[in-house]
Design a protein around this ligand. Sequence first.
Ligand code: LRH
Ligand code: MN
Ligand code: MN
Length: 429
Amino acid sequence: MTEHIIDPSVVEAENARRSTDLRNDYDSLGERLDRRGIAIDAIKAKVAGFNVAVPSWGVGTGGTRFARFPGPGEPRDIFDKIDDCAVISQLTQATNTVSLHIPWDKADANRLKQAASRFGLGFDAMNSNTFADAKGQLQSYKFGSLSHADQGTRQQAIEHNLECIEIGQTLGSKALTVWVGDGSNFPGQVNFADQFGRYLDSMKAIYAGLPDDWRIYTEHKMYEPAFYSTVVQDWGTNYLIAKELGDKAYCLVDLGHHAPNVNIEMIVSRLAQFGKLGGFHLNDSKYGDDDLDAGSIDPYRLFLVFNELVDIEGKDADFHPAHMLDQSHNVTDPIESLMLSAADVQRAYVQALLVDRKGLAAAQSSNDALAATEALRQAYRTDVEPILAMARFDNGGAIDLLSTYRASGYRAKVAAVRPAIEAGSSGIV
Ligand code: LRH
Ligand code: MN
Ligand code: MN
């Protein structure tokens, strides 16, 4: 039986205060959607089937390159992180998987599996880390990892990725996400082609160790930590990698890894059209890889990404990209942020499901630009909160995420047993 960290009676009491209003709001939205030819229960069933993974590193207070300001009750280790993820999953009913980062989350794999399964949690993609030196590691990644000029350093990075696959196999994960910080800081520091060639050779060695039922995701990022050039800098390079590697290789799109104003929804469409869109790291950004809460800065862009996904879903029943949050904070309780972000991702999905696709296609083929964009805006303007809340309520989650979490007193409870962490050390990303 699935264990709950938050006493279900707290959730029930909070829900009881809101369930009548929710029923009324849901029925009234149902009536309005019905007039648009949309069955609200069918949409609610889609939300209930939607999952977004929580990154283990997201439940700790993140930092900036300048400082870290830990909050009360910071998780001490991966087992505390799993507890925090279980809380998010219990209340949102939308996040039943956790994505691990190795070596940050290194622990006995069987213990990890046990700890997660108590709460009905599974494991999403494994993330390797060759962008920082681990304790006791022989070769340094200061000048790169999979693309390093030194063969021994590349081999060490390859072996780390193979180890991540091995750990993931015990956990029941089915994917490895590879993001490297390799690049250069000065013109002339590296030969672009040679560096990329070495990266590809290393990735091929990892790919050779990938189980048949696994996928490998490569994640592009325009800059940082390298500030002049980056080996996997954009979706074009990412596509080349996935093509070079083979059928089990896909591109991962982290929304924050693009220049401001880049048309990410079009990148999504391109990669999917050519069968290489694997998944997402969802977050929001204003300037760069800000790792702000998904949907907090530009919710319309998030909607437009999901609009593409729903369009593709409609044409290809086998299209199942991986969704994961990738955000980290200095100023909020990460559990609160992650819960609200999971809901915002669902919101974008539901709004995209409401798009009148026939009307949109008709407007597009008759070059009616305004009617076409209005089809999107009508869906986006719809307040779908009652659908999200009802999907949570039906499954034992919280109608009101924030109030219920705060009423549970979880943060204060864990702060009483988890020692305070001193501020000052720099962050992780
Ligand atoms: C890199 C990144 C990548 C890492 C994570 C910690 O900026 O988005 O996904 O694994 O941050
Ligand atoms: Mn990412
Ligand atoms: Mn990032």
